[in-house]
Design a protein around this ligand. Sequence first.
Ligand SMILES: Cc1ncc(COP(=O)(O)O)c(C=O)c1O
Length: 377
Amino acid sequence: MIPLFDLTRQYKEIKEEIINAIDNVLSSGRVILGPEVEKLEKTIADFIGVKYGVGVANGSDALVIALRAMGIQEEDKVITTPYTFFATASSIVRNKGIPIFVDVDKETYNIDLNQVENVLKKEKVFGIIPVHLFGRTVNLEDLNFLKEKYGIKILEDCAQSIGSEGIINNTVKKSGSIGDASIFSFFPTKNLGAYGDGGLIVTNDENIYQNAKSLRVHGTKKKYFHDEIGYNSRLDELQAAILNVKFKYIKKWTEKRIEISKKYAKEFEKRKLDLKYPKTSGKLKVHVFHQYVVEFGSNEKREKVKRHLASKGIGTSIYYPVPLHLQNCFKYLGYKEGSLPVSEKLSKTTLALPIFPELSFEEVEIIVDEIEKALRR
Ligand SMILES: Cc1ncc(COP(=O)(O)O)c(C=O)c1O
């Protein structure tokens, strides 16, 4: 059995620290919005290289609250990718905005910024939500260029990319450092995952920071005085304490993920397998491999490999089987099959393979062996 993701192996390694952290919180009696949340907010903001952090209940809420804190108005248009988790786009509609889906690049699977610019030339939009998908940084230089040239807002969706890097003006920057605001998810499977839900907004903008802080507690800056109607979206102290422990390992765990990705690549190259896998080079962590996603030449091949791996007890997953522009709930937007061909093709041909820091090289070899067997059948 090789699972797609395994939380228990990591827990064995850090159990004592986690239990201590939980005990400290419970013994303190402070379980909502206390010192652990404040510590995490500061730690993540510093790590990304921005001024402020606001812990919230989950990454989906972080998107909704950040967009609203940035000033989105009813019917504002927001560009995003159809090849992402649902929450990226639903955050626009939950703010009564209109999503504009732009197709992704066929190599990086990230939103195609040339196509974004074509939209910006024609339409007035509030902003863009780029997603650093599977942990690969969107080209930050190009993103920044669009932000400055068209005066649009940027909300970076870093739910899958904590610690990933890019370059602007020859300077290394983290994903999440150039948006007007950026969000993170601490869903348990994420590279930095809680033992439950959690999310965070970061920003350099004091106004966005104050708005987000107020929105997470029902629109109050002063308790029981409501300036607007917000949400109940607080990060638990327990989850923050767990994340503060886990954060110490994020560098090591990210490096392990990158090593595993290199091992996969080496095995695929050696066997000359008929599939496409993520290519990265250099020292920069352009990709932190939240997911390791490979692409097959056809849907039949993908299904064949998936079935074979399942029969051998190897976990895989399809991210994402239906691109967002073709979801039932977005039918009213008028997209049809064929509108965004790259995303549509990827949804039929890609497969996520196991990757997590505790996965061994031997397991990678077994997985690749089995893929080879399936492909040669
Ligand atoms: C790209 C992306 N955006 C947003 C989210 C939402 O985060 P959460 O599950 O914490 O609400 C996720 C994760 O699930 C995600 O992968």
